[in-house]
Design a protein around this ligand. Structure first.
Ligand code: 13P
Length: 339
């Protein structure tokens, strides 16, 4: 492990005024998103769509790193240029999703544990050779008040796997993004989400420390603290930003390299506004940025699905969302110029 290399990669991933774009959907997730818009999902359609995302000119002004899926890390544009080269030529750092997905947790109905540790050391060596400089592992935690979820077993199992993954990444000089996503589904209150989020973060940082993971070279990718999607009274944007900041300050160590958010079902504008309000609230111990998938890609994907030939129209939509979020990392987003 070379801590200096890891720290400088982590710093570059959240350079001032920039964030991370997630385009690492597995084939299953990509199929759902494409088919919902009437597009067949196959290797060629994924290449065409991701060429548009990777090739958008000027995105490097707003985005410092892309999270890719295994196929994309090895794929070339229609002109035969490796996606990793297109990104590296723009100064964008390529990274790779390395988990093998969330599987049912034994003896815990309704809960998942993320798998993928077997053979990970060898896969990470190959990913580094292919140009990746960071990795991502996503754990999912469901809240269900009636069933008393999440269980402690689910939180600990996922945090332990995240910590073992992060240690393997650092050994291979890849910056680990540790992503415990607390799902938006449910009718829980924002206060309940706060309690669960703080517990998950506390257990995660205990596990990371126990495995000897260097926090200065680790990035937390997290959900925001939100009311459940079907809660009768959902907290407003100011409350979301205040509760999320309060929870993060309580549980996240100052030495962590950065905190970035997933969008997790928030609308594009909501996710931008929430990030902006948090960055307007004053100085924080860590950079606070975005690592959105759906909320940055959404409008571009819809435009492309409607007309796959209108590449520049879709790219303009992508650039617009990237720019709005870049402004939000600086607390300079103005919703009145966002349409
Ligand atoms: P969102 O689509 O929720 O922003 O997700 C990003 C991501 O990388 C989830 O793992």
């Amino acid at each position: 492990m070379d801590l200096d290399i890891l720290k400088s990669t982590a710093m570059a991933m959240v350079a001032s005024g920039k964030g991370i774009l997630a385009i690492d959907e597995s084939h299953g997730t990509c199929t759902k998103r494409f088919e919902a818009l009437g597009v067949e999902c196959n290797e060629d359609s994924r290449r065409a769509y991701r060429s548009l995302l990777v090739g958008a000119q000027g995105i490097e002004d707003y985005v410092s790193a892309y999270i890719l899926f295994d196929e994309t890390l090895r794929q070339e544009t229609e002109e035969g240029i490796a996606f990793t080269k297109v990104l590296a030529d723009k100064g964008i750092i390529p990274g790779i999703k390395v988990d093998k997905g969330a599987k049912d947790l034994a003896l815990h109905t309704g809960e998942k544990v993320t798998e993928g540790l077997d053979g990970l050391r060898e896969r990470l060596l190959e990913y580094f050779e292919l140009g990746a400089r960071f990795a991502k592992w996503r754990a999912v935690i469901a809240i269900d008040r009636n069933e008393n979820l999440p269980s402690r077993a689910c939180i600990v199992a996922n945090a332990h796997a995240l910590a073992r993954y992060a240690a393997l990444c650092q050994e291979a000089n890849l910056v680990p993004i540790v992503e415990p996503e607390i799902l938006l589904d449910g009718d829980h209150s924002i206060e309940h989400c706060y309690e669960v989020s703080v517990e998950v973060w506390n257990v995660l940082f205990d596990q990371l420390r126990e495995q000897g993971v260097e926090l200065q070279a680790t990035i937390l990718k997290t959900s925001m603290i939100l009311s459940g999607k079907s809660a009768s009274q959902r907290a407003d944007a100011l409350q979301v930003s205040q509760m999320t900041l309060k929870g993060l300050k309580e549980a996240v160590p100052d030495e962590l390299a950065a905190v970035v958010f997933l969008s997790g079902g928030q609308s594009p504008k909501e996710s931008t506004l929430h990030l902006d309000l948090m960055n307007k609230a004053g100085a924080l111990p860590w950079p606070l940025s975005f690592s959105y998938g759906r909320s940055i890609q959404g409008p571009a994907l819809e435009a492309w699905a409607k007309n796959p030939q209108a590449i520049s129209e879709a790219q303009e939509k992508l650039l617009h969302r990237a720019k709005m979020n870049a402004l939000a990392t600086l607390g300079k987003y103005d919703p009145s110029i966002d349409d």
